[in-house]
Design a protein around this ligand. Sequence first.
Ligand code: NAD
Length: 246
Amino acid sequence: MTGLSGLRAVVTGGASGIGPTTARAPAAQGARVAVLDLAPDGVTDPLLGLRADVSDDASVRTAVAAELGGIDILVDNAGIGAAGTAEDNPDEQWHRVLDVDVLGVVRTTRAALPPLRRSAHASIVDTCSVAATAGLPQRALYSAGKGAVRALTLAMAADHVREGVRVNCVDPGTADTPWVVRLLDAADDPEAERAALNARRPMGRLVTADEVAAAVVHLAGPAAASVTGTALAVDGGMQGPRLRPE
Ligand code: NAD
């Protein structure tokens, strides 16, 4: 097999941020790619945009059953974030974020597993985050959700390994996307906040969507045929090197 040619991929949350790049990367390697998103109107050829809400089981099942005639690769990328400490977020917000970020992965995976089991190249890649393990300040709810996604990835890898379905996740560090811009815009001085954010990163910069997409394609593709139950950090060293005080 060359690249991902002939494979069929579903990417959730593929209309904005990391998603479009992550969806176009397997398409560039020959995969047919469907993007499931709340707002798929901007999704263009060769990608197939399908309207779906990962917090709604029926909507996910309908979209996953549509069009591609089978699934070889599922990328669980849709997610919403939340800033703040554990006490800052009210119960409704906890329910909403966990419903999308954690149960969204469960719903999409549940719907995709029957066609994945019929594939000879079945793979799931969950978009997790450094937040799962890094202990980031002001990200309690988001971190709890991504920690659950990390645990789900490992558990699902164990559950489905004998069915030929590999399950891995990528852990992006802070990436330059609309999601981050929204958080920066909420600060008193967004430009100063951006400079401070870059300065706190080991590489002095945020990671790019292209770098995350490359990791997703690697994990989904034949080069990773023996890789399951792993987390691939694309975080510019956020979980590794620590800057020494100057
Ligand atoms: P984004 O907000 O730019 O895009 C998210 C996409 O998901 C949007 O197209 C949105 O419409 C879609 N979406 C949201 N809720 C949905 C729902 N209920 N059903 C279907 N689609 C839905 O976000 P992003 O920054 O590209 O983040 C993508 C993923 O990467 C998320 O899982 C996020 O947690 C993760 N991540 C992002 C960063 C970062 O710094 N941006 C870092 C680590 C991990």
